[in-house]
Design a protein around this ligand. Structure first.
Ligand code: 4AD
Ligand code: MG
Length: 449
């Protein structure tokens, strides 16, 4: 008998097969049982009919609890009503482990997210997290393929670092023998060394931030993809970001149809993700926000009224807040690139524009309330200016002396960006919370499981 996976069942119509997996759900009566059987590759309905199987097979199928591990044998038949196109007429159910107290109900879902995240080690078996994590897997593969196809060199940055990249307020400090080390917040500074050595590199790995606020968009451990390219200037960086986003979204739409359907994702917004994205100067974004503020205040949509109050709470000239990003996303209904932020609100390494007032940085804002998914820009390539910035931002000079060397030995214009994988997956899958976009989320309140 063929031992097969649920995903391959369609090729075995009218044949006897053996399936190894778990009992996901069950409906049925005294005479007919419908087992939802899962094996990780999919879920199939196994019909067990009292009149066709030995008494003990029927009793076993009726008795065992959810997530009992089982081997099922039976004949594959066509079933046009099911998404899979087939079902199995069960003839035998062999129990590997019988379970009776599985702690998650099939009907339970995100409203119970805290309870479900306590049970994350088990919850990953359920349809929703399963679908989201499949999309994540495809997104990561698409990112790797995108850069590989464009001849970027994969360049791994260290996780223990001597210095902050994105400001000291979110640094995780770790004892490092006689010294103090920090978990990396971004591989960018190392990526820049790679760009000078290989031309085009991509850093891809976990990054860490001691984010103390509990939001829908922040994790303390997240994965970031960070391309860095020599001789690439701000416009080229925006081109690359657009191309990468379009590629990744396109791949998910193509390869994850079943998952997006399971998640009831309205994919029309994703289909509209076509480059070029609107490119908006920070000052223009502020004007648009002012307009939206008065427009939203008059709206009868409570979400808009609330946004109106929250927009520009930080005041003009600040970094954009979550409400600002949500409002801009609502307005443009498309990914947008906001560039030339005031220099004071951005990191020490950002290149100043010729006026000295703005940083030649860019954030890509995704629509639908997800907000910033990419941050990046051109790097300061002048030794004098970089040294002054290091001083101004109180970065300990000895911790970045190696980085400053890049401006002494063959400095060139260059830049890149970082995209948070979970923010991207959150957006593509339409999940409310970034915590659902990684197998084991880490936040200020969560270190287990
Ligand atoms: O804008 P950020 O802080 O930029 C950097 O770290 C640059 N050094 C990257 C570079 O230019 N190479 O972070 C980049 C992206 C954000 O746009 C967001 O997608 C994600 O990383 N991100 C987070 N994702 C989840 N939880 C958090 N706490 C995040 N902080 C940033
Ligand atoms: Mg940012």
């Amino acid at each position: 008998m063929n031992s097969v996976t649920v995903s391959a069942l369609k090729q075995y119509v009218d044949q006897e097969v053996e399936l190894k997996g778990w009992l996901y759900n069950r409906r049925g009566s005294g005479k007919l049982l419908f087992l939802q059987f899962r094996d990780g590759t999919g879920v199939v309905q196994v019909v067990v009919s009292k009149k066709d199987v030995p008494e003990e097979v029927f009793e076993t199928a009726k008795r065992i609890g959810y997530e009992s591990s089982i081997i099922v044998r039976g004949k594959v038949t066509k079933d046009d009503r099911s998404a899979l196109g087939v079902e199995v007429q069960g003839s035998a159910v062999e129990v590997i482990q019988e379970v009776h107290d599985y702690p998650i109900q099939i009907t339970e879902d995100v409203p119970n997210i805290d309870k479900l995240l306590d049970l994350r080690h088990l919850w990953v078996r359920s349809k929703r997290p399963h679908a989201i994590l499949k999309v994540r897997s495809e997104v990561v593969q698409a990112i790797r393929d995108f850069y590989y196809e464009r001849d970027f060199v994969l360049y791994d940055a260290p996780i223990f670092t001597p210095a902050s990249c994105e400001g000291v307020s979110t640094l995780f400090e770790v004892p490092y023998f006689e010294e103090t080390g920090y978990l990396t917040q971004s591989g960018q500074l190392y990526g820049e060394t790679g760009a000078m050595a290989f031309g085009k590199v991509v850093v891809f790995g976990p990054t860490f931030r001691a984010e103390k606020s509990k939001t829908r968009r922040h994790l303390t451990e997240f994965w970031m993809v960070e391309p860095e390219v020599a001789f690439l200037e701000l416009d080229g960086i925006m081109d690359l970001a657009e191309q990468q986003i379009q590629y990744v979204v396109g791949r998910a739409l193509d390869k994850c149809k079943a998952e997006l359907k399971e998640l009831e994702r309205d994919t029309s917004v994703l289909e509209q993700v076509v480059k070029p994205f609107p490119r908006i100067h920070y000052e223009e974004a502020q004007k648009v926000l002012q307009q939206l503020k008065s427009e939203f205040a008059k709206s009868d949509d409570p979400e808009k009224v609330k946004l109106s109050g929250d927009i520009l709470k930080n005041g003009l000239g600040d970094d954009l807040g979550a409400a600002d990003e949500t409002a801009l996303g609502m307005h443009y209904k498309q990914c947008i690139c906001i560039h030339h932020y005031p220099r004071e609100v951005k990191a020490f390494y950002m290149k100043a524009d010729p006026t000295g007032k703005y940083a030649m940085g860019v954030d890509v804002i995704a629509p639908e309330g997800v907000g910033e998914i990419i941050g990046g820009g051109q790097r300061e390539d002048s030794l004098e200016v970089l040294e002054a910035q290091i001083k101004k931002h109180n970065v300990p000079p000895e911790s970045v002396s190696w980085y400053v060397d890049l401006r002494k030995y063959g400095s060139v214009p260059h830049g890149g960006f970082g995209m948070g994988v979970e923010r991207c997956v959150q957006w593509i899958t339409g999940c409310q919370h970034v915590r659902e976009a990684i197998p084991f989320p880490r936040t200020i309140y969560r270190l287990t499981p």
